[in-house]
Design a binder for this molecule. Sequence first.
Ligand code: KG4
Ligand code: ZN
Length: 340
Amino acid sequence: MLNKPVYILGIESSCDDTAAAILMDDKLLASVVAGQEVHRNWGGVVPELASRAHQQNIVPVVEEAFRRSKIHKRDLHAIAYTRGPGLLGSLLVGSSFAKGLATTLNIPLIEVNHMQGHVLAHFIDQGQSMPSLPFLCLTVSGGHTQIVKVTSHLEMEIIGETQDDAAGEAFDKAARLLGIEYPGGAEMDRLARLGDKNRFKLPEPKAPGLNMSFSGLKTSFQYLLRDELKKDAEFIEKNKNDLCASMQGTIVDILVKKIIQASESTGIKEIALAGGVSANSSLREAFIDLETKGYKTYVPAFEFCTDNAAMIAITGFYKYNEGLFSKNNESSLARYPLGS
Ligand code: KG4
Ligand code: ZN
């Protein structure tokens, strides 16, 4: 007898994207993401404004996901939502919605760690090859930079991480110094393609073992701009592409060196990328290049790099198969270490 498919709704609202997705087993039926323009004028995410925007967006985003998936709410088997880490006021909007709908439909609720979601995005079946277990995942986002050892879909351990800023934060802070709107990572990527990454030498901050550090890099970049602007007030405008390429090149070099080091120390040659910064073209190229050195590499589709709810739904699918359901009264967690 054929097993009936499992339909799972995923809800993501940890930062400034309101997202809903519906999976049939591990296949994507619909994924909707509503970003929040409101933060652009402030140079960063304003928690109060994010929470308010989630409240406005959550119902239309979920309705749109159902419309695109062509299934009905009563077809759902479970609802997975992001419990943390993230902004509390933002998390609460998604979790309250998920809890309310699961209660109304009388179906299980599944809490998901956002960072686990980024890793498991590789297992949303789109006909691509998927990492074999065990593998290493370099998760690079605006809030986190981690090297994760994944032994099973539900067992993962951080073996290295940033000691200060995340890689995405380094991109966004450098972009801001260049007068690029928040979040500047994608625009820096675009400009860097037109520039020379060897033009400005930036020191790579040292960090022990598999850990990383990016805050010193931002400071070096800031000092470089300060010194050069004293000599030429138009220094940034004249050299923007090369500045972007040099900063990006240094960040990518740090990340690639550390994942190679992690592979050497664990003996695992299956390596994957995840998180918003994995949309970066230079990082993707450097990763794929590692194939020529005997690594097997996995780079996510663009739509699954930055925050989305399909990654929450796929994590929900694996937890559903293990009967790992949550209570209705579990609180959202601003800090939620992976593996806890
Ligand atoms: O995973 P994500 O969507 O949200 C968090 O959980 O943080 O990651 C957002 C981060 C931002 O810092 C953004 O600037 C960065 O990902 N980002 C990029 C690119 N696209 C997004 N950084 C560098 N190059 C890109 N193409
Ligand atoms: Zn994220």
